[in-house]
Design a protein around this ligand. Structure first.
Ligand SMILES: [Zn+2]
Length: 330
């Protein structure tokens, strides 16, 4: 997806392009094409191009050092985009860190100095803003909150190979896994029975990019829990317990003012937050309980595009907010 974003974080035009072939040349080609059509058809003046991509990405050169999602190693994406668009300022960074910057500058993180975004989707993406800057870390690996282990004994196997990572337990996929794990205790439950898929949903992707199968799964569990289904409620409670465990750890590591939850599961709103907040407080031991606000993210799927554009405008993810700079003359 390409979007034309202004300095206030507002999206003016959106351009979608499916990426089927994940070979570097094919992805660069598709990316170049969609950016060209965005520049060609917007009536706004384009000053820079920000690109968010999965993977461990050099924040200066924009080279993707490795990306498990794409199976890439050392792909000079930044250089390729600069070759294609020599007139513009280019920024290439990790998509989850971009989303964090977007939500921080233009979403619910606005006005804070310490902020965490967690997107609960297929996995858990997000990032950390500490003292007004997106934390990148020594090898640009800071903010991989999804891969801290919360259930190393008996947890679910994570896509990264470890057992019981936060994202294996508390993502949208984690919610489904809890339902499967608890199924033997509810032999008469119909929660996981196959459902006929409506014709209109067959080719659709879910709101967080997952296909209809996943989307129907986690949404169905949540709806059934809200309706009081015993299997779904037990699933929901186990899921919220794991989510709270990870959130309390995040508070211990980062002590943010706000943790924003995005992704499909967060659309449960108060049904999620009312359950999770007290569980987080119980596990918050070293800072005053209840001081970190846990809220829904504001920008949804647009956070990544808004953040990538913001990074291009500011010259990178590490740019401080203007308010954080010392006042002139002081
Ligand atoms: Zn993991």
């Amino acid at each position: 997806m390409a979007a034309v974003v202004d300095e206030d974080g507002a999206i003016h035009d959106k351009f979608e392009h499916e990426i089927e072939d994940r070979a570097p040349a094919a992805v660069v080609g598709a990316l170049t094409e969609v950016v060209k059509s965005a520049i060609g058809s917007t009536k706004h003046d384009v000053v820079g191009i920000g690109v968010g991509s999965p993977g461990n990405i050099d924040p200066v050169s924009g080279t993707i050092r490795f990306s498990p999602n794409f199976g890439w190693t050392d792909v000079p994406l930044g250089a390729r985009v600069r070759d294609a668009f020599p007139k513009y300022t280019i920024f290439v960074g990790n998509d989850a860190r971009c989303a964090t910057l977007g939500e921080y500058v233009h979403g619910v993180g606005r006005g804070t100095r310490d902020f965490v975004l967690l997107t609960l989707g297929t996995g858990i993406g997000g990032g950390i803003v500490a003292n007004g800057a997106v934390a990148l870390g020594y090898q640009v690996g800071a903010g991989e909150i999804g891969h801290h282990q919360i259930r190393p004994d008996g947890g679910f196997i994570c896509s990264c190979g470890k057992i019981g990572c936060f994202e294996a337990q508390a993502s949208g996929t984690g919610l489904l896994r809890h339902a499967f794990r608890l199924a033997p205790s509810f032999p008469r439950s119909m929660l996981l029975d196959p459902q006929p898929i409506k014709e209109k949903d067959r080719d659709k992707e879910g709101e967080d990019g997952r296909n209809w199968r996943d989307r129907l799964g986690s949404k169905r569990i949540r709806k059934a829990a809200q309706a009081g289904d015993a299997h779904a409620l037990a699933t929901w409670n186990a899921f919220c317990d794991d989510l709270a465990l990870g959130l309390a750890n995040v508070i211990a590591f980062v002590n943010p003012e706000v943790i924003a939850l995005g992704g499909g599961v967060s659309s449960a709103g108060d049904f999620l937050l009312d359950r999770v907040k007290p569980l987080v407080e119980i596990r918050t031991t070293m800072v005053p309980r209840g001081t970190t606000r846990i809220v829904r993210a504001l920008l949804g799927n647009d956070a990544g595009a808004v953040g990538a554009a913001t990074a291009a405008m500011r010259g990178g993810l590490i740019a401080q907010l203007p308010a954080a700079a010392p006042a002139a003359g002081s």
